[in-house]
Design a binder for this molecule. Sequence first.
Ligand code: CU
Length: 154
Amino acid sequence: MKSILQILCVASVLASPLALRSQDVAEITITADKVQFLYDVKEFTVKPAQKVKLTLINPADSVTKQPHNLLIVKPGKDMAVGMASNNAISDPAFLTTKNAIPESEDILFHTKLVQPGTQDTIEFTAPTEAGDYPYICTYPGHWAIMKGVMKVTP
Ligand SMILES: [Cu+2]
């Protein structure tokens, strides 16, 4: 009888032949801090045009009950999109049906507004252009510190 370890080794070799590795889906999981407005992952790297599966987890917290989202924006546009979210707070639908996503052409990909104790997974194709793509939470007031960078590197 084969050991579990042997089976796992065989399975991982079969699942990721070297030649196909650049075509693999990048699976990224980012968890919001329970108390502070922070993501646990501040940076991740993908290849141009790589398929990406990104999950944002918002851990349950009965005290703060703080929702978060995650938006990936064009290089250098984190402040512009963040300011747009601050300005959108007067819209009554902003924190409900609009998922705290401001209207901006600088937003490339985004999760929904993730309530405590839930998560959201999005799938997208990374930009073809190499660069540093900021990601931010646009719940009003969070974007200045709740941020990270998706590096697209050949
Ligand atoms: Cu947030």
